[in-house]
Design a protein around this ligand. Structure first.
Ligand SMILES: *Cc1c(COP(=O)(O)O)cnc(C)c1O
Length: 374
């Protein structure tokens, strides 16, 4: 293509972004089948959140509360926070972008792990900063590798904990060690999209650090355990200065009226959250066990604390073949060649029926491969 010097030219750093690839909901031939590709809640959303949403179906002509004050108050009351230091966004994705926009630009470096969340690289490049990739240890975050990547140009470290797409988790002690060794000028962002799935209630994944430290921000979402992915609501917590900076650059009305109200109700739906966590623990353990029973097919599950499992294909059966075969059987999972995980499939923990059906399909695919090589 010849470059027309008379037409507007997007920034080079924007054109260097590989666009985000969302989880699919239809097969190659357009069938709508079991979607296990986006880590949504298989139990849906709570009745309370649905009612909270529906209560505002008639309020379409008014702008939402730009300050999201009722939502901030509810979040603060629930977690023992200062409501003035709660930031909210169009999904926690927006908050990740706000952080990059407020703290990084051309000439700056932003660190994240090799198999980290795809949005970190997009948010980094979008503002003209440079991504710095820290190597993993067997797919998990390696705190020492992250620290070794720090230079005097580092502005932000993004850590998802549990991490997506690996499901791996760094303990509270490991996160504290990372924070203690980072320069105080580097902002540590702890992305807790799956924090509500953790079973150890004592391990807050870093919330305590965000309450007390001048260089820690945490982010959370209503898209995962709360089952409100369609409404796009996330929140974050950090020092007043960081929240102030983010408010200056966020879209003025970034969370809808019905969404704010649904989120407030979702936080109160304790039974739904408890049931969702219990369902996830049970079926994730079952799936790990079933993968183990596939014997010498070369499949390995990476230990997960989230609502999905990363399965590695280390034998003759490939992730790509299995991805397409599962799709033919009616199950869409996530194959991530764009994230250097061409040898892995990320599978969201679904309903009981979906899990039973998925494993039956997987068993058949493995059996066919074994008979073919025999
Ligand atoms: C799903 C996810 C998010 C964000 O989701 P939103 O829907 O934008 O709130 C953020 N971080 C990680 C690691 C995720 O997996």
């Amino acid at each position: 293509m010849t470059i027309d010097t008379n037409s507007p030219r997007p920034k080079d750093w924007v054109m260097a972004i590989a666009p985000y690839v969302p989880g699919r909901s239809t097969t190659d031939d357009g069938r709508k089948v079991a979607k296990l590709s986006s880590n949504e809640n298989p139990l849906g959303t709570s009745e309370a959140a649905r009612a909270g949403f529906a209560a505002h179906a008639g309020d379409l002509e008014r702008y939402p509360d730009a300050g999201a004050s009722a939502l901030r108050e509810k979040i603060a009351a629930q977690y023992g926070l200062d409501p003035a230091r709660v930031i909210y966004g169009t999904g926690s994705d927006e908050i990740l972008h706000l952080i990059a926009g407020a703290y990084a630009g051309p000439g700056d470096e932003v660190i994240f792990v090799r198999y980290g969340f795809a949005v970190y690289e997009i948010a980094t490049r979008r503002v003209g900063a440079e991504p710095v990739i820290a190597p993993d240890t067997d797919y998990a975050t390696d705190v020492d590798a992250v620290l070794a990547a720090v230079t005097d140009r580092t502005r932000i470290v993004f850590i998802a904990n549990p991490n997506n797409p690996t499901g791996t988790y760094s303990t509270k002690a490991e996160i504290a060690r990372l924070h203690a060794a980072l320069p105080k000028t580097v902002l540590l962002v702890l992305d807790q999209a799956y924090a509500e799935y953790l079973e150890d209630a004592d391990d807050d994944g870093g919330l305590e650090l965000a309450k007390t430290q001048s260089n820690v921000v945490i982010t959370r979402t209503f898209s995962k355990i709360h089952g409100l992915a369609a409404e796009r609501i996330g929140w974050g917590y950090g020092p007043a200065a960081a929240v102030d900076a983010m408010h200056r650059i966020r879209a003025p009305f970034n969370v809808t009226t019905a969404g704010q109200n649904a989120a407030i109700a979702a936080l109160g739906a304790k039974n739904f959250i408890e049931n969702s966590r219990a369902h996830n623990v049970r079926w994730r353990a079952w799936l790990v066990e079933e993968i183990g029973k596939l014997g010498n097919a070369g499949l390995r599950a990476v230990p997960s604390k989230a609502n999905f499992l990363l399965i590695l294909f280390e034998g003759s059966l490939t992730a790509e073949t299995t991805y397409h075969a599962l799709m033919d059987s009616g199950y869409i999972v996530r194959w991530l060649p764009g994230q250097k995980l061409g040898h892995g499939l990320r599978i969201t923990i679904g309903t009981e029926d979906e899990m039973l059906g998925l494993v039956a399909a997987l068993r058949a695919i493995v059996a066919e491969k074994v008979s073919e090589t025999a």
